[in-house]
Design a protein. Sequence first.
Length: 222
Amino acid sequence: MVRRVAIDGTSVLGVFATCTEDLLVISPSITQEARHNLERELAVDSSPLFIGSSSVVGSLVTGNSNGFVVSSSASRSEIKQLKAHANGLKVRKLPGKINAAGNVILANDNAALINPNLITRAERVVEETLRVDVRRGTLASLKTVGMAACATNNGVLAHPKITDGELSVLEEVFQAPINIGTINYGSPLVGSSLLANTKGYVAGLETTGIELGRIEEALGFI
Protein backbone atom coordinates (compact mmCIF):
# COMPACT_ATOMS: atom_id res chain seq x y z
CA MET A 1 0.00 0.00 0.00
CA VAL A 2 1.51 3.32 -1.13
CA ARG A 3 -0.05 6.25 0.70
CA ARG A 4 2.77 8.78 0.31
CA VAL A 5 4.57 9.44 -2.96
CA ALA A 6 6.52 12.03 -4.91
CA ILE A 7 5.89 12.34 -8.63
CA ASP A 8 8.18 14.07 -11.05
CA GLY A 9 10.45 14.76 -8.08
CA THR A 10 7.83 16.72 -6.15
CA SER A 11 5.25 16.11 -3.45
CA VAL A 12 2.64 18.46 -4.93
CA LEU A 13 0.66 15.66 -6.61
CA GLY A 14 -2.39 17.82 -7.21
CA VAL A 15 -0.45 20.10 -9.52
CA PHE A 16 0.50 17.30 -11.92
CA ALA A 17 -2.60 15.08 -11.66
CA THR A 18 -6.28 15.01 -10.79
CA CYS A 19 -8.73 12.14 -10.36
CA THR A 20 -12.39 11.23 -10.32
CA GLU A 21 -14.13 8.01 -9.33
CA ASP A 22 -13.09 6.45 -12.63
CA LEU A 23 -10.13 8.27 -14.14
CA LEU A 24 -6.73 9.66 -13.23
CA VAL A 25 -5.62 12.52 -15.49
CA ILE A 26 -1.87 12.83 -15.17
CA SER A 27 1.12 14.45 -16.82
CA PRO A 28 2.89 12.14 -19.31
CA SER A 29 6.18 13.24 -17.75
CA ILE A 30 5.38 11.11 -14.70
CA THR A 31 7.18 7.76 -14.69
CA GLN A 32 5.19 4.68 -15.62
CA GLU A 33 5.91 3.14 -12.21
CA ALA A 34 4.52 6.18 -10.38
CA ARG A 35 1.46 6.25 -12.63
CA HIS A 36 0.74 2.58 -12.01
CA ASN A 37 1.10 3.09 -8.24
CA LEU A 38 -1.48 5.87 -8.37
CA GLU A 39 -3.83 3.80 -10.54
CA ARG A 40 -3.64 0.96 -8.05
CA GLU A 41 -4.24 3.08 -4.94
CA LEU A 42 -7.13 5.02 -6.50
CA ALA A 43 -8.56 1.98 -8.36
CA VAL A 44 -8.86 3.90 -11.64
CA ASP A 45 -7.53 3.90 -15.18
CA SER A 46 -5.30 6.78 -16.23
CA SER A 47 -5.10 9.31 -19.03
CA PRO A 48 -1.57 10.65 -19.47
CA LEU A 49 -1.80 13.93 -21.36
CA PHE A 50 -0.62 17.50 -21.45
CA ILE A 51 -3.02 20.45 -21.37
CA GLY A 52 -1.92 23.37 -23.48
CA SER A 53 1.36 21.45 -23.85
CA SER A 54 1.84 21.91 -20.08
CA SER A 55 2.59 19.19 -17.53
CA VAL A 56 0.69 20.90 -14.68
CA VAL A 57 -2.54 19.14 -15.62
CA GLY A 58 -3.82 19.04 -12.04
CA SER A 59 -3.97 22.82 -12.08
CA LEU A 60 -5.63 22.94 -15.48
CA VAL A 61 -8.27 20.17 -15.28
CA THR A 62 -11.07 19.26 -12.92
CA GLY A 63 -13.80 16.68 -13.32
CA ASN A 64 -16.27 14.27 -11.81
CA SER A 65 -18.27 11.26 -12.94
CA ASN A 66 -20.24 13.42 -15.39
CA GLY A 67 -17.56 15.34 -17.26
CA PHE A 68 -14.40 17.44 -17.27
CA VAL A 69 -13.70 21.16 -17.38
CA VAL A 70 -10.30 22.15 -18.78
CA SER A 71 -8.28 25.30 -19.27
CA SER A 72 -8.94 27.28 -22.43
CA SER A 73 -5.32 26.54 -23.37
CA ALA A 74 -6.24 22.91 -24.13
CA SER A 75 -5.87 21.95 -27.78
CA ARG A 76 -8.43 20.05 -29.84
CA SER A 77 -6.23 16.96 -29.85
CA GLU A 78 -5.79 17.08 -26.05
CA ILE A 79 -9.55 17.39 -25.54
CA LYS A 80 -10.15 14.53 -27.98
CA GLN A 81 -7.69 12.35 -26.08
CA LEU A 82 -9.32 13.12 -22.74
CA LYS A 83 -12.78 12.35 -24.13
CA ALA A 84 -11.54 9.01 -25.44
CA HIS A 85 -10.08 8.00 -22.08
CA ALA A 86 -13.20 9.27 -20.27
CA ASN A 87 -15.48 7.04 -22.34
CA GLY A 88 -17.04 9.93 -24.18
CA LEU A 89 -17.91 12.13 -21.20
CA LYS A 90 -18.39 15.81 -21.98
CA VAL A 91 -15.20 17.90 -21.91
CA ARG A 92 -15.49 21.69 -22.14
CA LYS A 93 -13.11 24.61 -21.91
CA LEU A 94 -13.51 27.10 -19.06
CA PRO A 95 -14.15 30.52 -20.65
CA GLY A 96 -12.72 33.78 -19.41
CA LYS A 97 -9.32 35.02 -18.31
CA ILE A 98 -9.40 32.93 -15.11
CA ASN A 99 -9.39 29.41 -16.52
CA ALA A 100 -6.92 27.21 -14.63
CA ALA A 101 -9.82 24.87 -13.90
CA GLY A 102 -8.08 22.66 -11.35
CA ASN A 103 -7.05 25.67 -9.29
CA VAL A 104 -10.37 27.53 -9.28
CA ILE A 105 -12.98 24.74 -9.06
CA LEU A 106 -13.55 22.35 -6.15
CA ALA A 107 -15.97 19.61 -7.16
CA ASN A 108 -17.33 16.15 -6.50
CA ASP A 109 -20.28 14.37 -8.12
CA ASN A 110 -22.83 16.51 -6.30
CA ALA A 111 -21.56 20.07 -6.04
CA ALA A 112 -18.90 22.59 -6.99
CA LEU A 113 -17.41 25.64 -5.31
CA ILE A 114 -15.84 28.08 -7.75
CA ASN A 115 -13.63 31.16 -7.69
CA PRO A 116 -16.01 34.09 -7.10
CA ASN A 117 -14.44 36.07 -9.95
CA LEU A 118 -15.28 33.59 -12.69
CA ILE A 119 -17.48 35.05 -15.39
CA THR A 120 -21.14 34.02 -15.56
CA ARG A 121 -20.55 31.93 -18.68
CA ALA A 122 -17.82 29.99 -16.84
CA GLU A 123 -20.18 29.23 -13.97
CA ARG A 124 -22.71 27.92 -16.49
CA VAL A 125 -20.07 25.70 -18.13
CA VAL A 126 -19.19 24.16 -14.76
CA GLU A 127 -22.84 23.57 -13.92
CA GLU A 128 -23.73 22.04 -17.29
CA THR A 129 -20.59 19.95 -17.76
CA LEU A 130 -20.25 18.51 -14.26
CA ARG A 131 -24.06 18.48 -13.74
CA VAL A 132 -23.80 19.82 -10.20
CA ASP A 133 -25.06 22.65 -8.04
CA VAL A 134 -22.53 25.50 -8.19
CA ARG A 135 -21.73 28.11 -5.57
CA ARG A 136 -19.20 30.94 -5.65
CA GLY A 137 -16.93 31.31 -2.63
CA THR A 138 -13.51 31.33 -1.04
CA LEU A 139 -11.63 29.08 1.38
CA ALA A 140 -9.45 30.78 4.00
CA SER A 141 -10.12 33.90 1.89
CA LEU A 142 -8.35 32.20 -1.05
CA LYS A 143 -10.01 32.17 -4.47
CA THR A 144 -7.98 29.15 -5.60
CA VAL A 145 -10.50 26.84 -3.99
CA GLY A 146 -9.36 23.79 -5.95
CA MET A 147 -5.96 23.95 -4.26
CA ALA A 148 -7.31 24.91 -0.82
CA ALA A 149 -9.36 21.74 -0.35
CA CYS A 150 -9.95 18.19 -1.57
CA ALA A 151 -13.49 16.88 -2.06
CA THR A 152 -14.79 13.37 -2.67
CA ASN A 153 -18.34 12.04 -2.52
CA ASN A 154 -17.70 11.02 1.10
CA GLY A 155 -16.23 14.20 2.55
CA VAL A 156 -14.13 17.34 2.22
CA LEU A 157 -10.72 18.15 3.70
CA ALA A 158 -10.18 21.91 3.76
CA HIS A 159 -7.57 24.57 4.54
CA PRO A 160 -7.17 24.86 8.33
CA LYS A 161 -7.85 28.62 8.32
CA ILE A 162 -11.28 28.30 6.72
CA THR A 163 -13.73 30.74 8.32
CA ASP A 164 -16.99 29.77 9.99
CA GLY A 165 -18.91 31.38 7.13
CA GLU A 166 -16.94 29.49 4.49
CA LEU A 167 -17.44 26.27 6.43
CA SER A 168 -21.19 26.81 6.49
CA VAL A 169 -21.21 27.31 2.71
CA LEU A 170 -19.22 24.09 2.17
CA GLU A 171 -21.58 22.11 4.40
CA GLU A 172 -24.62 23.51 2.63
CA VAL A 173 -23.29 22.99 -0.88
CA PHE A 174 -21.54 19.62 -0.59
CA GLN A 175 -23.85 18.08 2.02
CA ALA A 176 -20.95 15.98 3.27
CA PRO A 177 -18.74 15.98 6.38
CA ILE A 178 -16.21 18.85 6.34
CA ASN A 179 -12.89 18.59 8.17
CA ILE A 180 -9.77 20.72 8.22
CA GLY A 181 -6.17 19.62 7.97
CA THR A 182 -2.76 20.04 6.43
CA ILE A 183 -0.51 18.01 4.16
CA ASN A 184 3.20 17.65 3.40
CA TYR A 185 4.31 18.51 6.94
CA GLY A 186 2.10 21.50 7.50
CA SER A 187 1.07 22.83 4.10
CA PRO A 188 -2.49 24.20 4.28
CA LEU A 189 -3.06 23.81 0.52
CA VAL A 190 -4.35 20.27 0.81
CA GLY A 191 -5.69 20.17 -2.74
CA SER A 192 -2.21 20.75 -4.12
CA SER A 193 -0.82 17.52 -2.70
CA LEU A 194 -3.69 15.06 -2.31
CA LEU A 195 -5.39 12.80 -4.85
CA ALA A 196 -8.52 11.05 -3.59
CA ASN A 197 -11.81 9.43 -4.48
CA THR A 198 -14.12 7.14 -2.50
CA LYS A 199 -11.90 4.14 -3.24
CA GLY A 200 -8.54 5.44 -2.07
CA TYR A 201 -6.13 8.32 -1.69
CA VAL A 202 -2.48 9.22 -2.19
CA ALA A 203 -0.72 12.10 -0.44
CA GLY A 204 2.56 13.91 -0.97
CA LEU A 205 5.69 12.18 0.25
CA GLU A 206 6.29 14.61 3.13
CA THR A 207 2.85 14.07 4.67
CA THR A 208 3.06 13.00 8.32
CA GLY A 209 1.27 10.10 9.98
CA ILE A 210 -0.94 12.52 11.91
CA GLU A 211 -1.88 14.25 8.67
CA LEU A 212 -2.68 10.89 7.05
CA GLY A 213 -4.99 10.12 9.95
CA ARG A 214 -6.85 13.38 9.43
CA ILE A 215 -7.17 12.66 5.70
CA GLU A 216 -8.61 9.22 6.38
CA GLU A 217 -11.07 10.60 8.92
CA ALA A 218 -12.17 13.47 6.67
CA LEU A 219 -12.66 11.38 3.55
CA GLY A 220 -14.36 8.43 5.23
CA PHE A 221 -11.62 5.80 5.19
CA ILE A 222 -11.88 5.08 8.94
